[in-house]
Design a protein around this ligand. Structure first.
Ligand code: NAI
Ligand code: PYR
Length: 303
């Protein structure tokens, strides 16, 4: 008997981010069934039909799905909700997105025990916590896309100045997928050498580079209204690591016992969700992580 093809639901899949994720999953050419779910049925159907056409040249399939079907998928990606207005911090979306996320998790009914919820809607760190509490799934099975996208942005910027492929630059952003994110320079390396010792970085203003990375979403939103291709590809890779139990290490939003909240740190991402790794941060970076945790916790405490 052939192995069952894994199923991914994208709730909010009618919108920009959800459809970019669904398309990326199909474009990655691995066997997968993608269900597009949205409160707007017509939009969901349109996206599913369009992405389904692309699937002809891939290994996956795409169709419209219901909230109940989503609850039985292996990975449940949530992108539904409002997006930032130009110059608006992500954290201000909580008032608009809290009840949407709560109602979506309730609408799925009983969720398959082994499912992993992958939150993308902003503010992602806080909504991951809310989805975990409402769904009742174990903490490791509810994760958020976190600072994986920001880390990709950081590695691209470093690649431009260093002339080294981004995939060979081991560095990342941590903390909040928001204004409290920071570059974990002390853990970064290239070819086994600490990144900060690299001669090509000698005359680079790293504070400015880090600020540019944390402001990149604002820059894109100012220019075109929203961001979606970058997040689409990053989230599809997180989902693939879960579905294939690839155990890749990505900086995702994961529950960190030490800080008693969800936070973006490097984590092993596999079929049971995420698990944390030891961190080797400088004292100053530890302070930044603590301050991001305090910000996230104080916002979570209000809901
Ligand atoms: N975590 C990350 O790295 C990123 C997160 N985002 C976030 O993703 C979210 C979505 O952004 P866009 O796709 O650009 O917005 P959009 O407006 O294009 O799409 C939102 C979709 O959600 C649907 N929706 C609204 N309420 C719903 C409900 N109760 N049930 C099901 N579907 C519902 C809408 O019909 C719409 O299709 C925003 O919160 C945005 O900030 C965006 C980029 C990156
Ligand atoms: C919008 C957003 O969260 C991002 O592009 O990083």
């Amino acid at each position: 008997m052939p192995l069952a093809v894994p199923k991914v639901a994208v709730i909010g899949g009618g919108g920009n981010v959800g459809s970019a994720i669904a398309f990326s999953l199909i474009a990655m050419k691995f066997p997968v069934t993608v269900l597009v779910v949205d409160i707007d049925d017509k939009l969901a159907m349109g996206q599913a039909l369009d992405i389904g056409d692309a699937a002809f040249l891939s290994s996956g399939t795409c169709r419209m799905g219901t909230f109940e079907e989503a609850g039985q998928c292996d990975v449940i990606i949530i992108t539904a909700g409002a997006r930032q207005r130009p110059n608006e911090p992500r954290s201000e979306l909580i008032g608009r997105n809290y009840s949407i996320i709560k109602s979506i998790v309730e609408k799925m009914g009983s969720i398959k025990k082994s499912s992993v919820i992958l939150m993308v809607t902003n503010p992602v760190d806080i909504l991951t916590d809310i989805a975990q509490k409402v769904s009742g799934l174990p903490r490791n099975q509810v994760i958020g896309s976190g600072t994986f996208l920001d880390s990709g942005r950081l590695r691209n910027e470093l690649s431009n100045v260093m002339g080294i492929a981004p995939s060979s630059i081991h560095s990342g952003m941590m903390g909040e997928h928001g204004d409290a994110q920071f570059a974990a320079w002390s853990m970064a390396s290239v070819g086994g050498t600490p990144l900060l010792e690299h001669p090509k970085l000698k005359n680079v203003n790293l504070d400015e580079l880090e600020k540019g990375v944390s402001r990149k979403a604002y820059e894109i939103i100012e220019a075109k209204g929203s961001t979606y291709y970058g997040v689409g590809m990053h989230v599809a890779h997180i989902a693939k690591s879960i579905l294939g139990d690839e155990c890749k290490v990505y900086p995702v939003c994961t529950y960190v016992d030490e800080y008693q909240c969800y936070l973006s740190v490097p984590a092993i991402v596999g079929s049971t969700g995420s698990s944390t790794l030891p961190l080797n941060l400088s004292d100053a970076e530890q302070e930044k992580l603590k301050s991001a945790a305090n910000k996230i916790k104080s916002l979570c405490d209000k809901y």
